[in-house]
Design a protein around this ligand. Sequence first.
Ligand code: FE2
Length: 216
Amino acid sequence: MTTINFSTGKFPFKDLIRDYLGVTSLSFIHLQEGFCYLDKFERINDQSTHFHKLFYDLARTPEFTILYLEFIKNVIKPLFGEEVVFQKVPTFRLHFPGNIAVGEFHRDREYRDLAWARRVNEFNFFLPITDAFRTNTIWAESEEGKEDFNPINAEYGQIVMWDGSNLLHGNKINEEACTRVSFDFRVMPFSRYEPSEKGSINMNSKFGLDGYYDKI
Ligand SMILES: [Fe+2]
C-alpha cells in the first residue's frame, strides 16, 4: 500500500465536486436540506443516490474529464513508467454516518474474469475528497487471506495505491459524525493489459478499451 501526495491546487477535485453537487460541505452532505437516505446500502443500491447520479453527470463534463486525464498523466502514469490502462469513469463513494459505502466485503477480482484479473496486474487507487479515517474508510487485509483488517486512513491531497483486486476489503458502519466522500479507479500497466468480455457491475460496461478503460 503506497500513499502519494498531490497538489489540490493543481487538481481541485473537491471544489469541482462540491460545486457540482450543490452542497456547502461534503463532509456534512447528509445534513443537506432534503437529504433522505435511511436504507442501509447493499450491493444493489450502493450507487443509487441523487448525489451519485450528479457525480456521474459531472464525470462526463469536459471540465472533469480534462482534470482527471491530467491527473492520470501527471500523477499516476509516472508510477508505472510506461503507458497505462485506466478506468475511464472513476467510481464515486458516499459513506454516510450510520451506513456503509459498499455493499459487501469482497476482492475486486471476484467481479471479473478471475484468470484475467490475475494476469493483468491491476492496482486500485483510492482518492478521498474528505478525510477518510476509522470507521468511515475502507478496511482491508494486509496480505491475501490474512483477514487482519485495518482502516486505509488518508486525507484529501493523498491518493492510496493498493491491491484491491486481491486483498479482501469492505466497510464498517460509519460511526463518525461526517460522511466520507471519495472516488476510486483501477489502473494497470499497458504491457499487461488484455481485453476482457465480462462487464462491470456498476457501470455495465465491458472491461475493454472501448468501454470501462482508456489508455494514456
Ligand atoms: Fe472493491
